[in-house]
Design a protein around this ligand. Sequence first.
Ligand SMILES: O=C(O)CCC(=O)C(=O)O
Length: 231
Amino acid sequence: MIAVSRLFSDDFLSSDGAPGRLRRELAPGAVHLPDWLTLEQQRWIVGQFHNWVAGPVPIRAAKVRGHEMSVRTVCLGWHWQPYTYTREATDVNGNRVLDFPDWMVRLGRKALVESSDDSSAGDDYTPDTALVNYYDETARMGMHQDRDERSRAPVVSLSIGDSCVFRFGNTENRNRPYEDVELASGDLFVFGGPSRLAYHGITRVHPGSAPDGCGLGAGRINITMRVTGLG
Ligand SMILES: O=C(O)CCC(=O)C(=O)O
C-alpha cells in the first residue's frame, strides 16, 4: 500500500497525473530518466544482445582478483577486463570484440541531450565502448567507480528486463551517503561531471518484474556506454 503523502509527492506523479516515476537529478551530473526507451526499442536492443553474446567473444563472468563476478559481460568496441581495456579479449579467447555500433553513438548523444536539456550536450560525445551486463536473479555488483577510462566523459546507462536496486553513492568511498534507486526496464541513468566518479553498484534484482513486451524473458540487461580515451 502506497502512503497518500507518497502518492501525491512530486517525484511520484507523472506528467499525466497518474502514479509514475519522474526524471530526477540525484546529484550534480547524475540524472535518472524513467521509461526512456519504448518497449519496441527495448525488444530491438534485446535482439542485438542475442547477436552480441553469439559474437566473436562470448559473454563471460570477468574475474576480479581471481573471483568470478556474478554478472556476465560482453563488450563492444573495446574489451574490458579488470582493470584495463584492450581490443582483443585476452582473458577469454583472444578474439577482437565487435565494433561499437553507430546507432549506439547516436543513442548516447540523445541521452546526454535529454538528460541535460542542453541541445548541444551530445555534440562532442562519442562513446567507443559498451559493457553489456547480464544479471540473473542472484547477480549483484559491488560498489565501485568506473575509472579505467582515460576520459571523464559521462557514462550512459540503459536498463532492460527485470528491475533492480541501483545504489548510487559519493565520489569518496563505498560508504554512505548513498541512495538506492529502482531502475526499471527502459530507464536511462547518466552520470557525468562532478558525479562521474561516484561509487555505484547493484544490490538486488527483482525476479519476474520485467514488463511484458520488453523482449527479455528473465533477468536484466544493463548497457553502459563510455568513452575510453584510447586511440
Ligand atoms: O547494472 C548497472 O546498472 C550498473 C553497471 C555498472 O555499474 C558497470 O557496468 O560498471
